[in-house]
Design a protein around this ligand. Sequence first.
Ligand SMILES: Cc1ncc(COP(=O)(O)O)c(C=O)c1O
Length: 487
Amino acid sequence: MRRSRGALLPPIRAVRVRRGDLYRTLRSAVLDGVLAPGERLPSTRQAAADYGVSRGMLEEVFAQLTDEGFLHRAVGRGTFVTSTMSRLSAPASRNRAQRAPVTASRRGARIAANAACREPERLRAFNAGVADTSEFPWKTWLRMQARAARELGRNALTFADPRGLPNLRAAIARYLAQFRGIRCHAGQVIVFNSSQQALNAISVLLLDRGDPVWIEDPCYLGARAAFTLAGAKITPVAVDDEGIRVDAGIRRSPRARLAYVTPTHQYPSGVALSLERRISLLEWAAQNKSWIVEDDYDGEFRYEGQPLTALHALDSHARVLYVGTLNKSMFVSLRLAYAVLPEGLVEPLANLRTQLDGFTPALQQMAMSLLMDEGHFSSHLRRMRSVYGTKRTALIESLAPLRRLGWSWAGNPAGMHLLVRHERGDYVRSVAASSGLELALLSAYRVAHRSDDGLLLRFGALDEATVRAGAAALVHAATSTIQRRKS
Ligand SMILES: Cc1ncc(COP(=O)(O)O)c(C=O)c1O
């Protein structure tokens, strides 16, 4: 490009220069210092000739850059790059700044150091606690989505109710009455994107900083993270073969504001909370006006007899907040979960929800409610109960040789994971390290140190052959570790 009376403008590689290209090129040239602060630009006539565009286009672009403060125009003298641009640092140092380490707040750094809720990128034995989607009724789901879009019409495009879509709330209430023995109505149900979000919202609403909260020890790490995020004082309460030791909780922290429990299938130990303990827990909560959060994350998947009655169904003092998820029973990217609450908590939680992320997309909720109303959800659950039950049986069969080596596991025939335990913690950790499998240690879920340990086998999304092969690898590692230690 020819130098005229004014700066040399950068070239544009385009057959036909458009207004947007010209604007972006000149703005970048100013920001990157290619056009220096204070430098004079050629006249619009000259620049238009250089770029082969109309003078009007140049006028518009200069006017916009002037309005934005990148250029200033002095009558009779010309157009200049604003001298203030010299106060912006050079592009190289701007890029360096973007890559430099950042300092979070002390609170933020503590929270962000916890990566326990991150999911693995690749599913393998045994990190796959998520739903198996191989049998998912994809075509039916597509039909429901299309129908949902038709039924909602343009309402699908606006704000949705932060409490959840009325149809889905009603479908969930019906489902819970039928399958989990929970008596509730749609007005008590609130829809969330995940149990995690429900736990976060509940803890923000009900807890002040420093309020004592019982968590099971060992505990689901997502729940522990939610209560920690809310600033609660975590009180770990030991779990034995009958579930959480309510007596120990009362001794340690009799006036806790809240107790978090997984009564149907304790996470991660797998035990069920005994009826006696359920009653003690409910009595304590009623006397003390404490809340109980019942996380029923996989209550649908019990492989012998009927699903266990939810704790919520035994509560006559409205102290139990029931949290369930469809992300486990359908598929993890569904992003639908729910809480059943005393009516008085629904509106406050809805307000809180609007301050978190607003609401759950209506289309997804509508499709789910249609799936439930038409009976496809219960058929899917029945099918999946058999799929997971078969895998669990295969796992236990393949692990049988471990029993002779002193390993044990809970008998509760439920869920998508199995915790295998051994009283020698150092041995368990060597087995995990030498197995080549992806195994979470029980000790990672514990708060109080104990000398035994265990391995969490999450098999939900694995196929049966992978489950068997993984179990065989574990048996091999457990056997050869013992042999190595003997020799
Ligand atoms: C105890 C427990 N609660 C909740 C969840 C997760 O539910 P969501 O994906 O809806 O947060 C899980 C997932 O494994 C879990 O183990």
